[in-house]
Design a protein around this ligand. Structure first.
Ligand code: EPU
Length: 339
């Protein structure tokens, strides 16, 4: 394990914020990860784990040992007529794993094409898009307990998945580091094309119902995402900055009187309202403030066009939150993690 000092984190976060890590290392195995944790204990400095850095906003230099998880490998561990169990190293790039699954005709994650980030981060916040969430294909994960330094197994129930939530963002925050995730993918695909623009895009691509396949769905999702969401390699961003809020049906009915066009989706716990709609309705869509702004095609995404810094992006997010609270009495919670 090689430890570097005072290095810029710009290449390691998709917002492309140029702040420094006091110590930095990449770990390629469970053993190297344990070494890094032991180093932090000996030196008495905090730890910060990074996957693809696609869900964080760095607001200051980081006085910690920043550990980039680089554990690779994709292997089939079990198989029957219907399913294949695939164990994937936490450091694998999510989208590359999706492409590999499609190549092998393993179905279930095609709707999750082109989501930035790594496999290890995917269960942390139960990533989801276009009607599918990771919990539907999740079998179990392996994580190092930061106290005992032993590897433990978590099945779906233990992970306690919710909308962009898991035990690793709540009760067990900072207690575990995910090293491998095993997915249960299907050899007999059930296509999920009901969400939004997928069906329409497939038609535009000339795919008829009898030609439907997971590659075509993946291509459609890629095309929708590319048309709406900024590519983090070109414009710094961390995908959706806020979560879609759920409000009570009473509050929704009240708002509907004032805003008859407000969209809402019924959930067990209330009505989910698209944060993108609230932000657009409040006039923030496409607004720029020097090097940062609100994206012009998807207002849920805050962007860094150049050398914007994390603190100003955070301040912009707070202004948006305050405005939405005043206008709709809804508090938006961030989806990204502040560092
Ligand atoms: N909308 C607007 N204006 C816009 C865009 C959207 O009013 O400019 C409203 C519309 O009512 C639209 C609704 O928002 O129907 C939903 O928009 P969209 O389908 O783009 O999805 P989203 O709810 O804004 C969520 C995820 C995305 C995911 C998409 C597609 C969250 C926080 N975000 O966004 O995930 O790609 O659905 O499934 O749940 C991410 O987490 O980083 C992410 C990009």
């Amino acid at each position: 394990m090689k430890i570097q000092e005072n290095i810029s984190l710009k290449p390691y976060n998709t917002f492309q914020i140029d702040k420094k890590a006091r110590f930095f290392t990449k770990v390629k195995s469970k053993e190297e990860l344990v070494e890094a944790i032991e180093f932090s204990k000996t030196m008495n400095i905090p730890l910060l784990f990074l996957g693809g850095g696609s869900n964080i906003l760095i607001t200051k230099d980081v006085f910690a040992l920043v550990v980039k998880i680089d554990i690779n490998g994709i292997e089939v561990t079990k198989e029957n007529d219907d399913h294949v169990w695939v164990r994937v190293g936490a450091g694998e790039i999510w989208h590359e794993f999706v492409l590999k699954a499609i190549q092998n005709q393993w179905a279930g994650i095609e709707n999750l094409s082109l989501i930035p980030g790594t496999v290890g981060a995917s269960p942390m916040q139960n990533i989801g898009a276009y009607g599918v969430e990771i919990k539907e294909v999740f079998d179990h994960l392996e994580a190092i307990n930061r106290g005992t330094l032993k590897s433990e197994l978590f099945d779906s129930q233990k992970c306690n998945f919710g909308y962009r939530e898991s035990i690793f963002k709540n009760k067990e925050k900072d207690n575990y580091v995910i090293t491998h995730v095993t997915f249960k993918l299907s050899k007999k695909p059930k296509f999920n094309i009901s969400y939004g623009a997928i069906n329409e895009t497939l038609k535009e691509m000339g795919i008829s119902d009898d030609q439907l396949n997971i590659k075509a769905i993946s291509d459609a999702v890629i095309s929708i995402r590319e048309s709406k969401l900024p590519n983090p390699k070109e414009i710094g961003n961390a995908g959706s900055f806020f979560k879609n809020p759920t409000i009570s049906s009473e509050q929704f009915e009240e708002l509907k009187k004032q805003y008859p066009d407000i969209p809402g989706y019924s959930q067990e716990t209330g009505i989910k309202v698209p944060a993108a709609w609230l932000i657009e309705k409040s006039g923030w869509k496409g607004k720029t403030f020097g090097p940062i702004g609100v994206h012009k095609r998807q207002p849920l995404v805050l962007v860094n066009y150049g050398n914007g810094d994390g603190e100003t992006i955070k301040a912009l997010a707070e202004r948006i939150q305050k405005d939405i609270k005043e206008k709709f009495n809804i508090l938006l919670s961030p989806e990204v993690n502040f560092i």
